[in-house]
Design a protein around this ligand. Sequence first.
Ligand SMILES: [Zn+2]
Length: 351
Amino acid sequence: MTNALPKFPDENDTELPSAWFEDFLKESGALLEEQPRESRVDALIPTPLAQQMETDFVSFSRAPGADALFASGSIVWERALDVALAQGTRARWHLWRPIKKTFTVNDVERDTSLVGRVKDFKAKQVYTPLALCHFHLCYISDDKREETLHVMIHPALDRGLPADPYRAAVVSQTNELDLPEETVPPAAGVYATAVRTALMEAEPRREFHRARENRRCERESARVRGFFVGAEQDLAKRLARPGLLEEKKQALTNKIRALQLEKTKKLTDVREKHRLTVQIQLVNVGVVYTPQIRGDLILESRGVSLPVTLYWDPFFNQVLLPSCPQCHGLSTRMGACPKQRRLVCAEDLNL
Ligand SMILES: [Zn+2]
């Protein structure tokens, strides 16, 4: 997973990673033919991939800046990314954004409110693997609505990040970096965080569907009640007539009770029919390497010296802290939990 990464173009190179694209085509079984005189490569794409990319032939240049194929928004590039992503954890690509910044304790102090004293701060530029997780969500009641959802997870920080700034950057930046790459953390660690993040992101839509089902349930329940109310009143009137034989009275009472039971059952059925359940399924995961600056520090507080790792991200221009391991919330005010010796949000520390 971590070996044989495509080499990055140099800083004068305005094209996108043709090396990655070439590797991708080769891996997919494409037939590549060099056209040295025109310094370009023609590729014949095999059938399954050709169908997905809606073309069986592409021609591209290896020369820096020579080719518009990888220009921002290129449909071929977009499709290649889609296909790579659909291949699951094999999918991998890199983002480009120059980091001109030095990441210092001042950044940490400006963007966060760590409780305690920061010591031994060290910064290092890295390529961080992010997991781009693609989910399929189903909202099920008596009908079924489906949607797909992408979430970006920072495994080392165990938190979600808005994917949009990264997605926009994939085809628009040049590379000025030659950074060491961090290893990919085990996917199992990412899964729970990804599901939590996806469900959180889907919450407004889930709320919308829930409210809609509640409205439909109320309307239908009112209809059911309306249907029974006439029959119940009729029976009650008959029961109230003077001079009824005991046998008749008993029969009417039984009828009323049966009617009530039936109504309760119908209302339960209606509620059941409009109860919303949400199913979520991970479809695939792509690994996106993004340039970041990792900061390692020691946080001293309440007699604890806690090693803390955080990241400065050029796409957000801010310091990213891990999520709170206790409540999974994202807070900029965090401190050392003396008992568990880990970074926890201020609320969970009762500060
Ligand atoms: Zn917390």
